[in-house]
Design a protein around this ligand. Structure first.
Ligand SMILES: [Zn+2]
Ligand SMILES: [Zn+2]
Length: 129
């Protein structure tokens, strides 16, 4: 085990997504509260001003996108990279999770590149077919 991986700086991607998600949620509730006096975001679409409606709509859209990204990260979170054996979701600095089309193993994008493989032609490992 090299100490190299521990020296890399970078927040786990799911923590970043989680924080952004919560900030977004707070902003949505804030807009609802200030424009309609209610914490129900749907009230804005009935009673809120045009600007509040636009802001709320964009935030909700952003929230939906975040949720999708979050779900995708947590889907691969429990997998480990077949090259460096670190968790796939916990090391954003190593790139996103990619799957070898030939052997079906999961890798960090950077690990795959390091091995001379790519997401189209495979991971290039000796035992890959
Ligand atoms: Zn890796
Ligand atoms: Zn492979």
């Amino acid at each position: 085990m090299s100490g190299d991986a521990n020296n890399r700086i970078g927040l786990p991607i799911n923590v970043v997504l989680g924080c952004t998600f919560q900030l977004c949620l707070v902003a949505i509730l804030g807009i609802s509260w200030f424009s309609t006096g209610s914490l129900n975001p749907l009230e804005v679409f009935f009673d809120g001003g045009v600007l509040a409606k636009i802001a709320e709509g964009l935030l909700l859209l952003f929230l939906a996108l975040l949720l999708i990204a979050w779900l995708q990260t947590s889907r691969t979170k429990d997998f480990r990279c077949a090259h460096c054996n670190l968790g796939l979701g916990d090391h954003a600095e190593l790139g996103s999770a990619v799957r070898c089309p030939k052997c079906g193993s999961w890798f960090h994008q950077k690990c795959l590149e390091e091995m001379g493989g790519d997401p189209q032609s495979g991971c290039n490992r000796p035992d890959c077919r």
